[in-house]
Structure formats: C-alpha cells, structure tokens
Design a binder for this molecule. Structure first.
Ligand SMILES: Cc1ncc(COP(=O)(O)O)c(C=O)c1O
Length: 376
C-alpha cells in the first residue's frame, strides 16, 4: 500500500490522493523534544555518542521506571527496564528470550499484522483466536486454547487496528485465567502487553495496566506514537518486578537485545526521552480527528465501533469481499487496508493520523463507494 500510494501520488499529485493506509503520525514531535535536541547540540555531553550498557543508560531507565510506577501504582526501578529500538525491537527481543522452538503465542484477531512475522522469527507458533463483535477476547475460547505448549498471550490495547481499549475487569479476568492455566499445566505463562498507544486514549478513559493483574507481565512499548518519533526507533521493555526468575529473565532480554544486533537503543534518543516521560503529543487533536471521521462515516451508513484509543478505525466492509471494497475506494484515490491483512476479513482499516485536508478529501470517496455497493 505504501508503494502504491507513492505511485498514485506521483501520477495524480499529493493533494489528490487520500492516503489513510499508514500509522505514520502526521503530528510533529512536541516542542519539548526540539528544546532537548537543541540543548544537546549546543552543550554536548561528554561521550554521548559512545556505546553504553546494552540495557540503556541508567538515568533513562530510571526515568522510565519512575513514570511507569506513577501510572501503574506498581513500584518499578531501573532494573526492570530495558531500552529498545522501538516497540518492534522490544517484541522481537522478548520473543527471542522466552520462546523455545514450537512454543505457542496466542493473539486475538484482528491483530497488528507484524505479530505473525515476529513470532515466526523466533520459531514460535502463532495461535490466532477470534474476538467477539466488539473486538474483545472471548474468554471461553481462550480457556480452551491454552495448553501445555502455550508460552505467552500477546495483547494490544489500545488496539491497532480497532482502537478498542481493554477494561480493568477484562485484564483481571485474563490474569485469573492465566493463573488457573499455569496451575493446571505447571507452566509459566507470560502476558505480553503491547502498549505502543498507551498514552493515546480518548474521552478521559483511564488506562489500566496488566502489571496489576498478572505477575508474569512484560510491557513492550515505544515513543513512536506518543512523541511522534517512529523514525527514531526508541522504545522499551518493562518487566513486572514480581515476575518469577525476574533477574534471569531481564538478563536474557539484555543478552538478546545485544545479540539480535540491536546492541542498544539509539543513544541520542535515550538522552532526550529521559526528560520527556511526562510529555505527550496532543491527544485532543487525534480525538477531534476521530470524531470528525466517525460522525461522517456513521452518517453515510457505515457500521463502525467508535475507537477509544490509538488512531485507527475498523469499519465493516459494506460488502463481504473487503479487498473488492478497498479496490473500489482506491478508484476515488482513498487508500485503506483490507481487514484480511489483520486476520479479520469483512472489515477494513482506516488510519486517521493524517492532516485534516486528507481526511476531508476522503469523504467523497467513502460516500460514493458505499452508495455504489448499497445500490448494486
Ligand atoms: C500495535 C503495534 N505494535 C508495535 C508497533 C511497532 O512500533 P515501533 O515503531 O515503535 O516499533 C506498531 C507500529 O505501528 C503497532 O501498531
């Protein structure tokens, strides 16, 4: 889609193509980011571009731990944090560390499409389970799916592609279920929480943390979205301080961060983000874009669940064949992604982290396309 978008833009001009296919934030990083960057350029720290501990600078890890402790109410220290090359790097490091060949990782559809690749990278097997109509996990299905080979449950809230946020009650139920299954099989089950969009939640919703509900929790996240820095590759892993064999696990993660070839998270970004743990891009701006698009789509007759976070929408395709629908939208130069790519055919994903002009310009295509299918 990325490549197709470039070709279309070359042919028809940027302003005539409405690319809603990518999760590439339109916002610039907050001003505090520029201030820190300028400060470092004007008063460089001695040795600031050298190698450091593979887990990252102690000061950065301590700042991350302090912020997470504040948000979750669980006391973390720098020893629980490993700085990584984005959330993608974090996920690969975690999977490399915990998986043996043939171990299963459970994910719910729709899922972030790279999960399949990451699990396969480390000889794991992805067990994909369906969600309910509200895109929430079906607990009875999960209960039946966890077996002796299960190593982890990987969840993503706020979710890409649906925008749903898991409730505290659901996290509690997931934690209880994992605990029950650990006892049944005599295994250790990790709850990997992909929180790439943790700070982008709407309507004053409070984000509940898995750390409170399962001691074998591992958080993976980044500043790609909350500080709009996806190209800078800065993220982290946080391990629940109550995890059994915690020190061994953390040492394994640090080892894999090194040997997978990441070595360490980018030094410059580590120097900067340690001062920005309390800073976030404007969530109100994304909420405004969500409301604009959601209201228009509903008015046109689309069936869509209102996102509670992240910056994606996952409407039902007006026809069964989501690929045909996305192709038709493309006739109007509106680019989206078929739900099949996320393991949920019959839907399509819209990314609304784009400028207002693009969102406004896409409306005609959405309207004409649903009209065509409804009349046809
Ligand atoms: C759910 C989810 N997890 C992980 C990532 C990877 O994030 P990063 O750019 O920090 O590696 C993304 C990126 O879009 C994502 O949507």
């Amino acid at each position: 889609m990325f490549e197709e978008g470039i070709v279309l833009k070359q042919r028809y001009g940027d302003e005539n193509v409405f690319d809603l296919s990518l999760g590439n934030p339109v916002m610039e990083p907050p001003v505090e980011f520029d201030q820190e960057l300028r400060k470092l350029a004007e008063q460089p720290l001695s040795g600031m571009h050298r190698y450091m501990e593979n887990a990252g600078y102690p000061e950065t890890r301590a700042a991350v731990a302090a912020q997470l402790s504040l948000e979750t109410g669980v006391k973390l220290t720098m020893k629980d944090i490993i700085m990584t090359c984005g959330a993608a790097g974090a996920l690969n490091v975690v999977l490399r560390t915990i998986l043996n060949q043939g171990d299963e990782v459970i994910i719910f559809a729709p899922y972030f499409m790279e999960y399949l690749n990451y699990i396969e990278n480390h000889d794991g097997i992805a067990r994909v389970l369906p969600s309910d109509e509200q895109f929430m996990p079906k607990l009875d299905v999960l209960k039946a799916a966890i077996g002796a080979k299960t190593k982890a449950l990987l969840i993503n809230s706020p979710n890409n592609p649906t925008g749903v946020v898991y409730s505290e009650a659901l996290l509690r139920q997931l934690g209880e279920l994992l605990h029950e299954k650990e006892a049944q099989y005599g295994t250790q089950l990790f709850l990997i929480s992909d929180e790439a969009y943790r700070k982008i939640v709407y309507d004053k919703l409070k984000y509940p943390s898995t750390l409170r509900y399962h001691p074998q929790s591992i958080i993976v996240t980044s500043h790609s979205k909350d500080l709009a820095l996806p190209g800078e590759r800065i993220g982290y892993i946080a391990v629940d301080p109550d995890c059994s064999q915690q020190e061994e696990l953390v040492n394994g993660l640090i080892f894999c961060n090194r040997t997978l070839g990441y070595v360490n998270a980018p030094a410059l970004m580590q120097h900067i983000v340690r001062h920005l743990q309390q800073v976030t891009i404007s969530v109100d701006e994304y909420q405004r874009k969500r409301d604009f698009l959601y209201d228009h789509l509903v008015e046109m007759g689309y069936s869509v669940r209102k996102p509670q976070g992240a910056f994606y929408m996952f409407p039902k395709s007006p026809v069964k064949d989501d690929v045909a629908f996305v192709r038709e939208l493309q006739q109007w130069k509106v680019l989206t992604i078929p739900g099949g790519g996320f393991g949920s055919p019959g839907y399509f994903r819209i990314s609304y982290c784009v400028d207002d002009k693009t969102l406004e310009g896409s409306l005609t295509g959405f309207k004409k396309t649903i009209e065509k299918f409804n009349l046809g």
